[in-house]
Design a protein around this ligand. Structure first.
Ligand code: SAH
Ligand code: SF4
Length: 359
């Protein structure tokens, strides 16, 4: 089997220690390198307490920076959107997006798991782009680290102790269609020698791949968000086509099995599209689907993009819709839209820069 080059974003302490010992370098150096890495510094040249010769060895023996920042946009509300180019491997030259969302007491990074998506939800911009492939665990984790580095260089909110407190898999791609990369990234993000994020601060959004949700529950049981978008099969077959394979009744049984910690819940995401899924009968359909003890509904405003044939419901209608759900005993919230001035919805920065992508 060909030896794969070790990747700095995801390498484990014990493996880096062994590798360095094989170069005749004392074990404590591996810890120092990972301290830099966990703060978001992936370029060995910036690791100031590491001897020059070791920095060079690291650069030549490991893939240290699997992503190169191509573009960054900053919104007036503090949201930052990043476009990264992959620097190695099968997807070299392709681009992915990540978004950083600062709030009073938390900093959330929204990461991508694939370049494009094959699932073709008709309202989703990523779904309209070509599918190029799955990101590796290292390319997924590197998004979190690269954002950390950017915040370190240009801090946003001084009172925020840690720049990145939460990670959401809600960027480009269907994370559960890339189990290998996503499982590796989860184990690395939660590694005590890594960025050390708690499972409770990680949320994975999926369109509803049932066997993969079951497996996720077994290995990681992170917070789960489900792209519901319709609570009857006929409509969901169109809006979320994977519903034809795993219809609502199967999804229902699967969600009931998913293991939740104390005080945790599953989020049902519902993007509101005028005249499509925001009708009065949709309130009743949702009420008939939700498991009130374990789930809450998050109404999302539609982010439009050039060429889209959908219109988003008005904020007033969304608030009214939420009220009706609440009157039926459902916990429902309206997701505040962030970074609207920079179109911080998945797939949009990449679409604007498609000509930069290497073919
Ligand atoms: N593939 C996964 C995660 C990525 S998309 C999934 O489908 O869940 C993250 C969320 O954004 C999903 O709920 C998705 O349906 C929603 N979404 C996609 N396109 C959107 C758009 N144009 N406006 C608002 N939400 C959108
Ligand atoms: Fe893929 Fe999610 Fe977009 Fe559907 S909504 S096309 S599953 S990224």
């Amino acid at each position: 089997m060909p030896q794969t080059t070790p990747q700095l974003p995801t390498i484990r302490l014990e493996n880096l220690t062994l590798l360095m010992q094989s170069w005749g370098v004392p074990g404590y150096r591996a810890k120092q390198v990972l301290q830099w890495r966990n703060r978001g510094i992936l370029d060995p040249a910036m690791m100031l307490n590491i001897p020059e010769s070791l920095r060079e060895r690291l650069s030549s023996s490991l893939i240290c920076e699997p992503l190169k920042l191509v573009q960054r946009q900053c919104s007036t509300d503090g949201t930052r959107k990043y476009l990264f180019m992959l620097t190695s491997g099968r997807l070299k030259g392709k681009m992915v997006e990540s978004v950083y969302i600062p709030e009073e007491k938390r900093g959330t990074v929204c990461i991508s798991s694939q370049v494009g998506c094959v699932l073709d939800c008709p309202f989703c911009h990523t779904g309209t782009q070509d599918f190029e492939g799955n990101l590796t665990g290292s390319e997924i984790v590197a998004q979190v680290l690269a954002v950390k580095q950017d915040i370190l260089k240009e801090p946003l909110i001084p009172e925020l102790k840690a720049s990145v407190t939460h990670v959401v898999y809600m960027g480009m791609g269907e994370p559960l269609a890339n189990e290998e990369g996503v499982h590796e990234s989860l184990s690395s993000l939660t590694d005590p020698d890594g960025p050390k994020l708690s499972k409770r601060r990680i949320t994975l959004s999926t369109s509803g791949l049932v066997p993969q949700i079951d497996r996720l529950g077994e290995i990681a049981s992170v917070n789960l968000a489900i792209s519901l978008h319709a609570a009857e099969n006929r409509l969901r077959d169109t809006l979320v086509p994977i519903n034809r394979k795993y219809p609502l009744q199967e999804l229902r049984r699967c969600l009931n099995r998913y293991s939740l910690g104390k005080q945790r819940h599953i989020t049902l995401e519902y993007v509101m599209l005028t005249g499509i899924n925001d009708r009065p009968e949709d309130v009743d359909l949702i009420a008939g689907f939700v498991n009130r003890d374990r789930e809450r509904v998050n109404l999302i405003s539609f982010n439009t993009y050039p060429g889209s044939s959908y219109t988003g419901s008005s904020m007033q209608h969304m608030n009214e819709f939420a009220k009706q759900l609440i009157s039926k005993g459902i916990r429902a919230t309206v997701r505040r839209s962030r970074g609207q001035d920079i179109m911080a919805a998945c797939g949009q920065l990449k679409a604007e820069n498609r000509d930069l992508e290497e073919k």
